[in-house]
Design a protein around this ligand. Structure first.
Ligand code: ADP
Ligand code: NA
Length: 332
């Protein structure tokens, strides 16, 4: 476990920011027309109208930076937008996220997701354009002395993520990695886990990691998954694995496995988008005071779960992350 070199905790999130564009495409004129269609999203060669359009700020890096800020952290977001992404910088600033490490690469478009959604059935389709997230984040260096924590995902060039973790760890920062989307098996096998304090994954990513290291997956058995991950990763990394409506489990350095139940959801589950990002930003913030034993970590996991449960009560990702005070109030 590394300890923060600065006295005031300051989190750097280095990752993706996207313009998420939502098109609702249930616009068919008759039931007969609907029956003829295999699905309600656009098919090859077809043109259909969208009945609604909305644009939201997204990207795992930006979502997690906003979550850390709402949790009470002092946080800077490092990433890259295109010339069309000024509104994203403003939105992040509106959530209290520092943008002095946010670059503008005006030769490319901001990274985006074009999402077709069907309100009538479960169909959706997503086209991702990495855009400025890849071209703008190349060979970047940071003044590590200004930060106590680094939080990264996997939506920017892999080499950047790996280099940032190594440099941050050498500089004495605590490091958090949410490997989502999953790196390739070759990337994972070459990854140096000694640079990592906290690995933050969901169940599916846990199974993917076991497979990447040639271990037998254990779907539906989270405790067994954590024990197997501990043997293949063979490092001091604390492994935190979220389990959707079942809360979270963590595999500690000493081999213990602890858990916290999901938070209480008021009303019904509206939208689980961004619940993982909410959890991750919250937990990184709560760990500003390093916790190494089960008894210290468990209440932090419970608080992050309560925040994520409140996130699923509302539509959207960063906009549905609750403020720390609201989370604490709900836990009383
Ligand atoms: P991801 O969205 O990354 O796949 P999970 O589905 O595991 O991650 O969800 C992350 C966290 O969000 C969970 O640990 C839990 O705290 C919370 N969460 C997700 N779904 C629910 C739910 N239906 N009810 C309550 N909490 C939930
Ligand atoms: Na939500």
């Amino acid at each position: 476990m590394s300890t923060a070199s600065t006295s005031t905790p300051r989190v750097l999130v280095y990752g993706s920011v996207n313009c998420d564009e939502f098109f609702v495409v249930d616009h068919v004129n008759s039931r007969a027309q609907l029956r003829q269609r295999e699905c309600s999203i656009v098919r090859p060669g077809e043109t259909i109208s969208s009945s609604s359009y909305s644009r939201r700020a997204g990207g795992k890096g930006a979502n997690q930076a906003v979550s850390a800020s709402k949790a009470g952290a002092s946080v800077d977001f490092a990433g890259a937008i295109g010339a069309d992404g000024g509104w994203l910088a403003k939105e992040l600033e509106g959530y209290g996220v520092g943008t002095k490490q946010l670059l503008v690469d005006d030769k490319v478009a901001t990274g985006r997701a074009i999402i077709q959604l069907s309100a009538k059935d479960a169909d959706n389709s997503i086209v991702l354009f990495p855009g400025s997230n890849f071209s703008g984040n190349q060979g970047r260096t940071f003044d590590w002395g200004s930060y106590s924590h680094l939080l990264v995902q996997n939506e920017i060039p892999w080499a950047e993520t790996v280099a940032a973790l190594a440099q941050a760890r050498t500089a004495g920062l605590a490091t958090f990695f949410n490997p989502s989307p999953m790196p390739t098996q070759d990337q994972l096998r070459a990854f140096d886990w000694t640079h990592l304090d906290y690995l933050l994954i969901n169940e599916g990513e846990g199974q993917d990691l076991l497979v990447a290291y040639g271990a037998e997956p254990a779907p539906g058995q989270p405790e067994e998954t954590l024990l197997r991950l501990r043997t293949v990763l063979a490092s001091s990394t604390t492994i935190v694995m979220t389990l959707g409506a079942n809360g979270v489990m963590a595999g500690l350095e000493n081999g213990d496995v602890i858990s916290a139940p999901a938070g209480r959801v008021q009303g019904k589950v509206v939208d689980t988008t961004g619940a993982g990002d909410c959890f991750t930003g919250y937990l990184a913030t709560l760990l500003v005071t390093p916790a190494t034993t089960g008894e210290e970590l468990r209440p932090l996991l419970a608080t992050a779960c309560q925040a994520a449960a409140m996130c699923v009560e509302k539509a959207g990702a960063m906009e549905s992350v609750p403020l720390r005070a609201a989370v604490l109030e709900r836990m009383q």
